[in-house]
Design a protein around this ligand. Structure first.
Ligand code: PHE
Length: 452
């Protein structure tokens, strides 16, 4: 059965949807605390290099496969390399974003909770020192995080049900510019705090002596996570990109917006951390424990200010998390509708339900299921490590190897240059990066993960 495939309506829509997938908790929650752990400005430089030399080629590899095949990851591999085991590699990248969604939705739920806490003045009614304890109490409570996880997952399913044009595209177009403005407001606020300049210095004055060997691996892993690479998301979105679209431009557009968001988020978070005398290397709790504390301090005596700033911040996080989460679900939905002929509605509800169930287990692993361990890790930590340390780099390796070594150079050139009309001069460099540099880089990440 040949069905007409939906397309993104414009170049802006393509970049907005892809950047919507890329910009998420990875930028606002993960990037500030990772760079806080690995030395500020110097880490940012390594991160930028990792994005350009390694992540961007993988981004192009996914774009080329997706647009050439015009179908989901599994179908794309079967179509471009029929009768080979490559399709099973494609299947892996259908499963991994769904696995990420299970726990990502839990963290999305935390943002829902923190938004409600902000709106109900919970961060202002108590002494600042009490605020960080909210987090531990909240995530270990038996039903509250499950409830907010449910709300988050329901929102994701609702948007994906709308289909490409009505749902994802419409939502991304609205959320991305709004998010940009929201974070800038926080940066402006953060920079006015006394002591904030120390944080700015930390972000702009590189201290290379702080760069350890694992900082490079951390930068690469962050680039994968942040650009949604290795999980078929960019591949699937690219299957909705028109043939006339310039892949080079949409890739650079997405990478630049993702980087910009990460750096702006760092400028929103780190100066505020310094201004409050806290430590930038506070770890994953940085946003959920430290910022409400900082917001409380900032608005001492003016509860409305605290509420306003923290609400704006958590709305921003929520919007970013939603646009990322819908892209994770879309990969699986595209697979079931394209490969199995399932109705979009059935596929969406089925997958959202399955991810919800696993997500409930992840959520409970902070409380009643905290004793259940896999390889010494809680369910939540196990899934997180499995995905970011292994599945994303593995997926990236599969895609670059496929483009660099399985597809013919002529067909890769045809797709990347739109039949020889654009990017012809840059093709050689990009192809070299896809064929040699990116696979070796990923193997280095694997090696460091194994050895460190
Ligand atoms: N890039 C997203 C973020 O930064 C996370 C993500 C990973 C989204 C993989 C889709 C696929 O939060």
């Amino acid at each position: 059965m040949i069905r007409k495939r939906e397309h993104f309506g414009s170049r802006f829509a393509v970049i907005a949807a892809m950047a919507g997938s890329a910009v998420g908790l990875g930028n606002i929650w993960r990037f500030p605390f990772i760079l806080g752990e690995y030395g500020g400005a110097a880490f940012i430089l390594v991160y930028i290099a990792a994005c350009v030399v390694l992540a961007l080629p993988i981004f192009y590899a996914e774009s080329i496969i997706g647009r050439a095949a015009r179908t989901d990851t599994f179908g794309a591999m079967s179509k471009l390399a029929p009768g080979t085991p490559w399709r099973w590699a494609g299947l892996l990248t259908v499963v991994s974003p769904l696995l990420i969604l299970c726990y990502y939705s839990v963290v999305g739920g935390w943002s829902v909770e923190y938004l409600f806490k902000s709106l109900s003045f919970s961060f202002t009614d108590i002494p600042a020192e009490e605020v960080p304890h909210f987090f531990g109490r909240f995530i270990s409570s038996p039903w509250q995080p499950v409830f907010t996880h449910t709300a988050f997952m329901a929102a994701v399913a609702f948007i994906v049900l709308g289909g490409v044009n009505k749902g994802i595209e419409k939502f991304s177009k609205l959320a991305m510019p709004a998010l940009f403005v929201l974070i800038l407001v926080i940066v402006g606020y953060s920079l006015t705090l006394p002591g904030a300049m120390k944080g700015v210095e930390y972000l702009v004055k590189p201290d290379f002596s702080r760069l350890t060997a694992d900082a490079y691996a951390a930068a690469l892993g962050q680039a994968f996570f942040s650009l949604s690479l290795g999980v078929g998301t960019i591949l699937t979105y690219s299957s909705y990109v028109k043939k006339e679209e310039n892949l080079l431009v949409s890739g650079v557009g997405t990478a630049v917006s993702d980087l910009l968001f990460a750096i702006i988020a760092a400028f929103a978070v780190i100066p505020a951390v310094f201004a409050s005398g806290l430590h930038p290397g506070a770890g994953p709790g940085l946003v959920f424990e430290t910022l409400p504390y900082i917001f409380n301090k900032m608005g001492e005596g003016v509860p409305v200010l605290t509420t306003l700033v923290s609400s704006i911040f958590f709305v921003a996080i929520l919007a970013a998390a939603l646009t990322s989460a819908i892209s994770m679900l879309e990969v699986g939905v595209a697979f079931l509708t394209d490969e199995r002929g399932m109705k979009r509605r059935t596929a969406t509800l089925l997958l959202a339900f399955l991810c919800w169930v696993v997500g409930v287990l992840c959520s409970l692993s902070f409380g009643s299921l905290s004793e259940v361990k896999f390889l010494g890790l809680s369910i939540f930590d196990f899934l997180d490590h499995l995905c970011s340390d292994w599945l994303l780099p593995l997926g990236g390796l599969i895609f670059t190897t496929f483009v660099g070594w399985k597809m013919s150079k002529a067909s890769v050139r045809e797709e990347f240059t739109n039949g020889g009309t654009v990017n012809t001069r840059l093709f050689g460099v990009i192809y070299f990066l896809m064929r040699y540099v990116a696979p070796v880089g990923i193997l280095v990440v694997f090696a460091t993960n194994l050895l460190l």
